[in-house]
Design a protein around this ligand. Structure first.
Ligand code: UDP
Ligand code: UDP
Length: 463
């Protein structure tokens, strides 16, 4: 693969600063690998300590097999007393801990030798980090870790959030849509919540940075990207679609041989990502639904937000000890450990994905052309589910409840939708065109590849 740096340009040297949680770390590791392959020198700044075991494992595995162009720099965080914070979410608390340590980055960035060309920061940190980066004279870039639709909301929110207190049941995002209020991330309904405070400050800062990279692509979200770049939401720096960022191949996670014995496109893969725990009651309904559907399934089950707290929870306890696992033997597999999701989605036996719509999962389903049944649970996931349906990647039963709603989604309803998802070959083929477009965007001459190469060239000229 030939690097894109133009004649007269020098090797761009880029520092990447992720925040917390696999949803945020993942696009950074993927971008680090892509930038190194495109001829950049990359410094991955890793905040320490991390929240989840998955983050620690993935950082170590990535660095062990990364290109020599990638080096890491540990960023030791100051102690942060979370007792008075207005959120208990461990990942939001970690955003805050990193934000409060941001001033320590100045000397680290200034002493980089040779000098850096740019710093790319996670959106959740940008309002705290951008002034530090600007003070050492470096350009500020952001990775927005979700959909372009979510970016539009993030940029529109600071100036219009007052309207949430009124009677309106929609929230107008210029250039996008009037969104039902109950599609917004749950904490945004509370102006005092830590996440809301950060979201507002970061949303404002996005208008002042030098560029916003985003893991999406024209064929999926072209209209929203065009609106963002035309200033329809706010006056923004360039919004640069660089997706889908290709998964970095993990070396150490065992495969799932059970999948090899299943017929092509027959299995529904069920996962709610790395940090979404269903209630015990909803887990039982989901189990009942998968059983009633009559379909084959691979279910990555999770009962805790942070994986370190999962130790000791046995599957029988999680699923209700009524013989579910015994009855499903041969037809369904339930796993509690981390699965190599990209390998699962790439497997020919997988015909559909019951997915929470974390943005990385959506991009992975798209890369492999696997049709999605969206069941968003919190945060940006309803907006992402909307993108999934709009983009032809799958369906979203908008009436299904999410975190904070009292009702459960019933087993009957889940069974019916799962049968629709993988019950016929036509259904599971429906997402194939989205997959082809996704792959094309990231290939040589694809829209995202071109956008990224232009940016790398610009960084090279800036030295
Ligand atoms: N993931 C995985 N195995 C698991 C759980 C998650 O490989 O058992 C990966 C998944 O493929 C995705 C990331 O972890 O790349 C989760 O990010 P996403 O944005 O989809 O959701 P989040 O976990 O942030 O809610
Ligand atoms: N987000 C944002 N500003 C912030 C923090 C988060 O725009 O200050 C966005 C970000 O893109 C993220 C989404 O809001 O994908 C939801 O945040 P959360 O950390 O809950 O995401 P997850 O880890 O579940 O993907």
């Amino acid at each position: 693969m030939s690097p894109p740096t133009a004649e007269g340009a020098r090797t761009p040297r880029v520092a990447l600063l992720p925040s917390a949680g696999m949803g945020h770390l993942t696009p950074f590791l993927r971008l680090a690998a892509v930038l190194a392959a495109r001829g950049c020198d990359v410094t991955l700044i890793t905040p320490h300590p991390v929240v989840s075991a998955a983050e620690a494992r993935h950082i170590a595995a990535f660095l062990a097999s990364a290109s020599p162009r990638v080096r890491s720099l540990e960023f030791r965080l100051l102690p942060f007393d979370a007792a008075s914070a207005t959120s208990t979410d461990p990942f939001f608390l970690q955003f805050e801990a990193i934000r409060r340590s941001a001033h320590l980055l100045g000397p680290l960035l200034a002493s980089a030798c040779p000098a850096l060309s740019a710093v790319v920061t996670d959106v959740s940190l940008i309002s705290a980090v951008a002034p530090v980066v600007a003070a050492v004279g470096l350009p500020n870039y952001v990775i927005f870790t979700s959909s372009a639709a979510m970016l539009a909301l993030c940029v529109a929110f600071p100036s219009a959030s007052a309207s949430l207190g009124g009677a309106a049941d929609t929230f107008e995002v210029p250039g996008l849509a009037a969104l039902p209020i109950n599609w917004l991330p749950q904490p945004l309904r509370d102006p005092g919540n830590l996440f809301t405070t950060q979201f507002v400050e970061n949303g404002r800062e996005l208008t002042r940075v030098d560029g916003i990279m985003i893991n999406t692509w024209d064929a999926l979200e072209g209209e929203t990207l065009a609106a963002l770049n035309a200033g329809a939401v706010a006056h923004l720096p360039p919004v640069i679609p660089v997706g889908p960022l290709p998964p970095v191949k993990p070396r150490s996670i065992p495969g799932i041989p059970w999948l090899d014995d299943q017929p092509e496109r027959s299995v529904v893969y069920v996962s709610f990502g790395s940090r979404t725990a269903l209630s015990a009651e909803q887990i039982r309904e989901l189990g009942a639904g998968l059983e009633k559907s009559g379909c084959r399934f691979l279910w990555a089950a999770k009962s805790k937000k942070v994986d370190k707290e999962d130790d000791g929870v046995v599957l029988e306890e999680l699923l209700g000890d009524d013989g579910f696992l015994r009855r499903m033997e041969g037809r369904g597999l339930v796993v509690k450990d981390w699965v190599d999701q990209d390998a699962v989605l790439a497997h020919p036996a997988v015909g559909g994905f019951l997915c929470h719509c974390g943005w990385n999962s959506v991009t992975e389903a798209a890369i492999h052309g696997v049709r999605v049944l969206a069941w968003p649970r919190h945060g940006d996931q309803r907006l992402n589910a909307w993108v999934v349906e709009r983009g032809g990647l799958g369906t979203w039963p908008t009436e299904w409840s999410w975190e904070g709603d009292a009702e459960l989604v019933s087993g009957e309803e889940i069974a019916r939708r799962v049968r629709e998802l993988v019950g016929s070959p036509d259904a599971s083929d429906a997402a194939a065109p989205v997959g082809e477009e996704a792959v094309r965007a990231a290939e040589a001459c694809g829209s995202s590849r071109k956008a990224l190469d232009e940016l790398i060239e610009k960084w090279g000229r800036q030295l």
